[in-house]
Design a protein around this ligand. Structure first.
Ligand code: BYC
Length: 474
C-alpha cells in the first residue's frame, strides 16, 4: 500500500491507475480549496503552522512534523491496508467475504451513511472558523489548525468513497458537501450538533471532548462494515480522531486546573470572585458540559431505530468493537433494556436487540465520557476542593428520540414547561454566562504566554516546549 505523496492528491489507493476517478477528484479539489479559503480558519492562510501530516498509514508515518501554510496542506486519501480473507463480521451476511463494490440493494443506505459522516467534517471546520482570532496560546492555536486540517482530510476520505463507488449521484453528493453550511437557514448541515455555534474556546474544548467522541464511536462502528472500502477508510480516520479527543480531554482539564488554582489562591468558591480573577467558575463549566453532552447524545439517533436495525442486519454498520463482543453477531433473538419516556414517565423497556443498536452505542459513549469526567474530578479533589462535575441524565435537553418530547432536569426529574423556564439558566449556559466566557476570549499568541482562564499544557508538541513558536504569523 505505497503512498504516492508526489501526486496532486497524495493517496495510497492507486489513483494514478484510475484516470477517470483521478480526473473527477482533481476537478473537485479546487472547490475544496475555495471552500477552505472562504470558510476555513479565518485570516490564517499565510501563517506557517507546525503541523503533523500523514505520509503513510503505518504508525511511524505519523511522525512527520513541519511548518506548512494551511492551504498547501497535503490533503490526501489514505485507507488502512486490506486484511487478507476478511469476512463480514455481523448481520445476515456474517461470515461471507467482505464487499469491495457496493451491493446494489444497499446502495442507498450506504450512501446515506457516508454522506452523513462526511457532512460533519467540513461542518466542524465551519463552526470553528473564528476561533483562531482568540486563541489562548500558540500551542492551542496550532492544535486547532491541526484538527481543522484533519477534518478537511476526513471530508476527502468520504468524498473519495462517493466518487469511487457511487457514480454520478456520488459526485453530486460530494458537491453538496461544500454547499450545505453549518447554521445556514436554507442549507444547514445534516445533524443538529453541527449547526450549533462554537463561539469560544471553552465550547471548543467541550466540543472536542463530547462531539469528537461521537466521531470515535460512529467511526468505530463503520470500521466494522462489510463494505470494506468504508471499513478501511474509517480505521485510518480513527487514528486522527484520537488527537482531537486528546485536545478536549486535556483542554477541559486545563480549564478545571486553572479554576482550582484561582479558587485556592483566593481561598474562595464565590463565582463572582473567581470570574473577577479571570477564571471560569466550576458551576459554569458544569453548564457547558451539560450543553455539549446533551447535543452530542442526540447524534446517536433514536433509542429504538429500524434504520439502525436494518444497517446492522445488512452488515453495513456494526457495534463498537463488534469483534470483541461475545454473542451471535446477528442479534435476531436478543433482548436489550432501553430507558424510554412513555406515558409521562421514564422507564426501562425491553426491545429486540437489533432495534436497540443505536442505544447500545450511546451506552458505550456514556461510559467513555464518564472516564474523562472522573479524571477532571480527580484533579478537583487533588486541589482539595469539594465539587464534582457530573454527566446529566440522558433525557436532559434532548431533541432527538424518546426524550425529545420530555422536559427533564439534569438529575432526571420530569418537570413542567414552567419549571423549565424558571430553571434552565441553572442547567445550561445563560446569556450572561456566555457573555462572560466570550469576554475572556482575547488572543494570547506570544510564545510561552497563556490566557488567564486556562492552565498551560503538561508538555508541548513533538518534543518541543510550550513556548515553541508553533505558529508563525508571516
Ligand atoms: N440530527 O432511526 P434514526 C464526527 C434522523 S461525528 C438530525 O435514529 P439513524 C465528527 C435520522 O436521519 C459522527 N436528524 O436514524 C465529530 C432519521 O431520518 P429519516 C458522525 C437526526 O439513521 C466532530 C430519523 O431522524 N457520523 O465524525 O439510526 C467533528 C430517524 O432516526 C439525528 C455519523 O453520524 C440528529 N442528531 O441514526 C467532526 C455516522 N438523529 O430517516 C466530525 C453516520 C437521527 O426519518 N450516521 N436523525 O429521514 C448514522 O449512523 C445515522 O445517520 C445516525 C442517525 C446515527 C446519525
Amino acid at each position: 500500500m505505497a503512498v504516492d505523496l508526489n501526486a496532486k492528491i497524495p493517496n495510497n489507493v492507486g489513483l494514478a491507475d484510475d484516470r477517470r476517478l483521478q480526473r473527477a477528484l482533481e476537478s473537485w479539489q479546487p472547490s475544496f480549496i475555495d471552500w477552505w479559503r472562504d470558510l476555513g480558519p479565518e485570516g490564517s492562510h499565510n501563517y506557517d503552522v507546525y503541523l503533523r501530516t500523514a505520509i503513510s498509514v503505518e504508525a511511524e508515518g505519523w511522525a512527520n512534523f513541519g511548518y506548512v501554510k494551511m492551504p498547501e496542506y497535503r490533503w490526501g486519501i489514505f485507507v488502512a491496508p486490506p486484511i487478507e480473507g476478511r469476512t463480514i463480521p455481523f448481520g445476515e451476511h456474517k461470515g461471507q467475504p467482505v464487499w469491495n463494490e457496493v451491493p446494489g440493494e444497499y446502495r442507498a443506505s450506504l450512501r446515506r451513511l457516508i454522506v452523513t459522516q462526511g457532512d460533519t467534517e467540513p461542518a466542524s471546520v465551519e463552526q470553528q472558523r473564528l476561533l483562531g482570532l482568540t486563541a489562548p496560546s500558540l500551542y492551542d492555536l496550532r492544535n486547532l489548525f491541526q484538527v481543522n486540517c484533519e477534518e478537511g482530510r476526513h471530508l476527502w476520505a468520504m468524498v473519495y468513497l462517493l466518487h469511487a463507488y457511487f457514480g454520478r449521484d456520488g459526485r453530486e453528493e460530494a458537491d453538496m458537501m461544500l454547499q450545505r453550511h453549518s447554521g445556514d437557514a436554507d442549507k444547514p448541515r445534516i445533524l443538529g450538533a453541527f449547526n450549533e455555534e462554537t463561539p469560544d474556546w471553552l465550547s471548543y474544548f467541550m466540543f472536542t471532548f463530547f462531539t469528537d467522541r461521537d466521531g470515535k464511536f460512529q467511526l468505530s462502528s463503520l470500521a466494522e462494515s462489510g463494505f470494506d472500502p468504508l471499513a478501511r477508510t474509517c480505521q485510518f480516520m480513527l487514528t486522527e480522531e484520537a488527537h482531537h479527543m486528546f485536545i478536549g480531554t486535556t483542554g477541559v482539564m486545563r480549564v478545571v486546573t486553572r479554576t482550582c488554582e484561582v479558587m485556592n489562591e483566593l481561598k474562595t468558591d464565590d463565582p463572582e470572585k473567581i470570574r473577577a480573577a479571570g477564571a471560569i467558575d466550576l458551576p459554569t463549566l458544569q453548564k457547558y458540559l451539560n450543553f455539549h453532552y446533551s447535543v452530542s447524545l442526540d447524534l446517536f439517533g433514536q433509542e429504538v431505530s429500524t434504520n439502525a436495525a436494518n444497517y446492522y442486519t445488512a452488515g453495513l454498520k456494526g457495534r463498537f468493537e463488534e469483534s470483541k463482543i461475545d454473542d451471535d453477531h446477528v442479534l435476531k433473538d436478543g433482548v436489550d433494556r432501553v430507558t424510554m419516556f412513555e406515558d409521562g414517565v421514564i422507564k426501562d423497556v425491553d426491545f429486540n436487540s437489533l432495534l436497540a443498536v443505536n442505544e447500545r452505542l450511546r451506552d458505550d459513549y456514556v461510559t467513555d465520557c464518564q472516564i474523562g469526567v472522573s479524571r477532571w474530578n480527580k484533579a478537583i479533589k487533588r486541589h482539595k476542593i469539594e465539587f464534582e462535575l457530573t454527566l446529566p441524565h440522558r433525557g436532559f435537553h434532548r431533541s432527538i428520540g424518546t426524550f425529545a418530547e420530555a422536559i427533564i432536569t439534569p438529575e432526571g426529574k420530569v418537570i413542567s414547561k414552567d419549571e423549565w423556564e424558571k430553571g434552565h439558566d441553572q442547567w445550561l449556559p445563560s446569556q450572561a454566562d456566555r457573555e462572560f466566557v466570550i469576554s475572556l476570549q482575547k488572543p494570547c499568541t506570544d510564545p510561552g504566554k497563556i490566557a488567564s482562564w486556562v492552565a498551560p499544557p503538561g508538555r508541548g508538541i513533538d518534543g518541543h516546549a510550550f513556548d515553541y513558536e508553533y505558529v508563525k504569523f508571516s
